[in-house]
Design a protein around this ligand. Structure first.
Ligand code: G3I
Length: 405
């Protein structure tokens, strides 16, 4: 029975995007899984494997490989920037859905699910909004109306075409912020109080009852002290539990997974335990923005193996930690990398002193790195009893559910 079901799934995905030139599977020549794509191997576990998509790179006819790999390797896509407020509503009440609609159409043609990123975040907000609030021409009540209108208009526009929405992103401070005690941070909490989080989920649900609604953040891969005053994962856990108790329609937690090989990072058992704790609340989980960057030694020649090899191996190991933990939890629905090639990665532009890079699973020439092959191995060699097919969030209690004691 198992084999028949897998083949069926395999067939769907194969049609959608087999490794270029790979011979079709026959009884005498079964599929060589190492020749399969990430999306095909993810389908073995009903796990969606995704990438952030840079729309300029996708449209670049001089670089067809980018587009080819996005459709071949990934079963879910996220807009890296074109679904953010500054792009969607550049002037008040006027919407620019063009670039985002292109991604939706591309995903439809390539049988991919779309993660919507992002409805409410303090970054990449349009100046008409931030200036209006700063100079007082936009009052607090008006700001709340503006937020509701934006969420409602955007979610209704994409209704039925977004699988998971990052409704609220990065609303919680970090221990290095001031004050260090963890708190709700940023533009929206400052001007509307932390109640905006619950409002945002309710407005999103009202606009598209079927989309899965996620809270998304970084540095929440595993629990630390367990004290919400300094453990961000615990703060987010308590926040989610509170929202569920209040009947707020939250369906999942997105763990971004932006890691650096220079940091301690968590091991697979710690990350798996965290996912299990969140799914114990009745929530789905997802890794939403995975990349594993390394500090680069200034002045070292490109290709210096002493510089490169340890970083490639450390990066691959951390990708594997997150993917194995996700595989181990049936409620971890998707694993998205934040860009798949060093040719198009936010890291070098953001971390320049000291320089950081080598964060993705393919190099700037689209050559797979160790991380890409380790992800494949995790998907190939994982299986029962500890790795089982995903449980779709839709089969779990949706609204008005209180967390299990
Ligand atoms: O669009 C303008 C372009 O007109 C201008 O010529 C160019 C030069 O300055 O800038 C372009 O805007 C850039 C935008 O990306 C689109 O490329 C912004 O400067 C740049 O800051 C922005 O960076 C994005 C960053 O979010 C902004 O916060 C990154 O591409 C994107 O990868 C990154 O993604 C975030 C997630 O949304 C949330 N989690 C963290 C993650 C990494 O920071």
């Amino acid at each position: 029975m198992q084999l028949k079901r897998w083949l069926t799934v395999g067939a769907v995905v194969l049609v959608a995007g087999g490794v270029a030139g790979a011979a079709p599977a026959t009884a005498s020549h079964p599929v060589d899984p190492s020749q399969q794509t990430l999306r095909q191997l993810g389908a073995r576990h009903d796990l969606y494997i995704g990438t952030a998509v840079d729309m300029a790179a996708l449209a670049d006819t001089a670089d067809p490989q980018y587009r080819e790999i996005v459709s071949r390797e990934f079963s879910t896509v996220t807009a890296e920037n074109v679904m953010k407020w500054e792009t969607l509503e550049p002037t008040r009440g006027t919407y620019n859905f063009g670039p985002a609609d292109e991604l939706i159409a591309f995903a439809k043609r390539n049988n991919q699910k779309v993660r919507g990123h992002v409805l409410v975040w303090q970054n990449q907000l349009p100046s008409w909004l931030t200036t209006g609030v700063d100079n007082g021409t936009i009052s607090t009540d008006e700001l709340r109306d503006i937020l509701r209108n934006h969420i409602t208009t955007v979610v209704k526009h994409f209704k039925g075409r977004i699988w998971q929405w990052d409704v609220v992103n990065e609303a919680v401070s970090d221990p290095w912020d001031s004050p260090p005690t963890l708190h709700y941070k940023g533009f929206w909490a400052q001007h509307l109080g932390d109640g905006y989080v619950a409002d945002a989920f309710r407005w999103a649900r009202a606009a598209d009852p079927k989309a899965l609604l996620f809270y998304n953040d970084y540095n929440i891969e595993a629990f630390g002290s367990g004290d919400p005053a300094n453990d961000k994962t615990q703060f987010v856990y308590d926040m989610a539990k509170g929202l569920l108790r209040a009947g707020v329609p939250i369906d999942g937690i997105g763990s971004q997974g932006h890691l650096g090989t220079q940091y301690g990072n968590y091991d697979t058992l710690q990350v798996a335990a965290a996912l299990k704790k969140f799914s114990g609340l009745g929530l789905a989980t997802a890794f939403t923005e995975v990349d594993v960057r390394s500090q680069l030694t200034p002045g070292v020649q490109a290709g210096d193996s002493n510089e490169i090899n340890p970083r490639l191996q450390a990066s691959a190991a951390n990708y594997s930690v997150l993917l194995q933990a996700c595989l181990a939890d049936r409620h971890c629905l998707s694993f998205t990398v934040w860009g798949f090639t060093d040719k198009h990665s936010w890291v070098p532009g953001w971390f320049s002193d000291p320089p950081e890079g080598m964060a993705t699973i393919m190099d700037e020439n689209y050559q797979p790195k160790r991380a890409y092959n380790e992800m494949k191995a995790d998907l190939i060699y994982s299986g029962p009893p500890y790795v089982l097919p995903r449980v779709p969030a839709s089969r779990r209690c949706r609204t008005g559910c209180s967390p299990r004691p």
